[in-house]
Design a protein around this ligand. Structure first.
Ligand SMILES: *[C@@H]1O[C@H](CO)[C@@H](O)[C@H](O)[C@H]1NC(C)=O
Ligand SMILES: *[C@@H]1O[C@H](CO)[C@@H](O)[C@H](O)[C@H]1NC(C)=O
Length: 383
């Protein structure tokens, strides 16, 4: 190779490089017109917008520029037509043999796309089957005997505490989901909720009180912790007692006016378990009465309700000190009123047994299509 040959080759290579460079810059500007570095010097008005920009660059890679959110009525209508079919939840047996109103989940809780049914003929179409533990009654012939469709989820449903729930060994690995009062259930449904109050609910006054401490108890068993505590407490303070055990039964209507007329209510649970806080807590809270609780530790209660909304017996070394505190609050209106500060923003609402479970179960199944099994129900619930 001589010198002229070398310089000719160099010249060709240089031209090729220059051509490629121009091509690259051209492509760059064409595909990404935001990077218009000539624009600001020449004052050229290159109209670009994000949609254009996004389309030219991303479409080649089969990316989407924005999520498919329908913007106008037409789009909403067409997307509705394409919407997936309703999620069917079959209530295999009515809890405690008592049916409840299968109102639409949309009007009750704003949950859409659910079809609740008790029609066992829909078993093969059902996405979820709710099985209420108590109603198995220890007899496995009470659970569905038909082969389970591959994608169907069986839901273990129970609101009783482990102390009052029979353990059935064969249920160990039968279910896909759990629904109970426990926070760590797949679909937790506590007995009540503290929720933001509406303007209407904020206009609230604490009901008139003519009793200090009240207790309504239907099932009294002398061995329970609550019975021991009560028997000590009454030595130091007067307790107005009602219910079957005290031969003063109260019906639902009487219950509300009775409980709201007491400054304090003994919200004593029948058994002590994690998260097991029941209507015995949420009812007085909703009725404007301060609950005095026996149940899981204070920290556990504080997952459900504000710390200053209740009195825990564990806050006091003995029933006598608790009684002294209650008497002190009785004499000091300002201190007593502090137990209602939470009420300025919140309100206590009971949950709807059955319907609320069914609707949230449907919502869960609709959102979570993944495979799921409850590996060991018994060691979880009765731990
Ligand atoms: C952006 O460009 C797209 C595609 O050319 C066009 O349909 C849209 O109307 C433009 N948007 C604006 C705000 O100019
Ligand atoms: C549900 O659980 C059962 C029993 O463990 C299992 O055989 C089945 O595949 C599970 N189904 C789904 C959809 O997760």
């Amino acid at each position: 190779m001589d010198k002229t040959m070398v310089s000719k080759t160099t010249k060709n290579i240089t031209i090729a490089i220059l051509l490629m460079a121009f091509l690259t810059i051209y492509m760059y500007l064409y595909h990404d017109s935001t990077k218009n570095f000539f624009g600001k010097f020449t004052g050229a008005h290159v109209q670009i917008n994000n949609t254009e920009n996004c389309l030219s660059v991303l479409k080649m890679h089969n990316y989407k520029c924005s999520p498919d959110i329908p913007l106008d009525q037409d789009l909403i209508a067409t997307s509705k037509e394409k919407e997936e079919p309703d999620t069917i939840v079959l209530i295999w047996m009515w809890p405690f043999g008592v049916s409840f109103d299968l109102r639409p989940c949309s009007s009750a809780f704003g949950i859409h796309g659910c079809h609740l049914t008790d029609d066992r003929g829909l078993f093969n179409q059902a996405h979820g089957v709710m099985i209420h533990h108590r109603d198995i009654s220890g007899d496995l012939s009470n659970i569905p005997q038909l082969p389970r469709p591959a994608l169907q989820k069986w839901v273990w449903w129970n609101m009783e505490s482990p102390t009052y729930t029979n353990q059935i060994p064969l249920l160990k690995e039968l279910f896909n989901l759990t629904s109970s009062y426990r926070w760590d259930s797949d679909i937790p449904v506590p007995y009540g909720r503290i929720t933001e109050s509406t303007e209407e609910e904020k206009k609230y006054t604490i009901p008139k009180k003519d009793k200090l401490v009240c207790w309504v108890v239907s099932h009294y068993s002398p061995d329970l912790k609550r019975s021991h505590y009560y028997n000590e407490l009454v030595k130091f303070i007067d307790v107005s007692t009602y219910g079957g055990h005290f031969n003063k039964p109260v019906n639902d209507k009487e219950y509300s006016s009775l409980v709201s007329s007491c400054k304090f209510y003994l919200s004593f649970e029948n058994s002590i378990h994690r998260d097991y806080v029941t209507e015995k807590l949420f009812n007085p809270l909703g009725l404007g009465t301060v609950p005095v609780v026996i149940g899981p530790p204070r920290e556990n209660y504080e997952l459900f309700i504000p710390s200053k909304a209740f009195i825990h017996v564990d806050d006091f070394p003995s029933p006598k000190e608790l009684a002294d505190h209650l008497k002190h609050l009785d004499q000091n209106e300002d201190l007593y009123m502090q137990y209602f500060t939470w009420r300025e923003r919140f309100v206590s609402k009971p949950t709807y047994f059955g319907l609320e479970h069914a609707c949230w179960i449907c919502d869960h199944i609709r959102r979570n299509k993944h495979y799921k099994v409850v590996k060991d129900l018994n060691s979880w619930f009765w731990a």
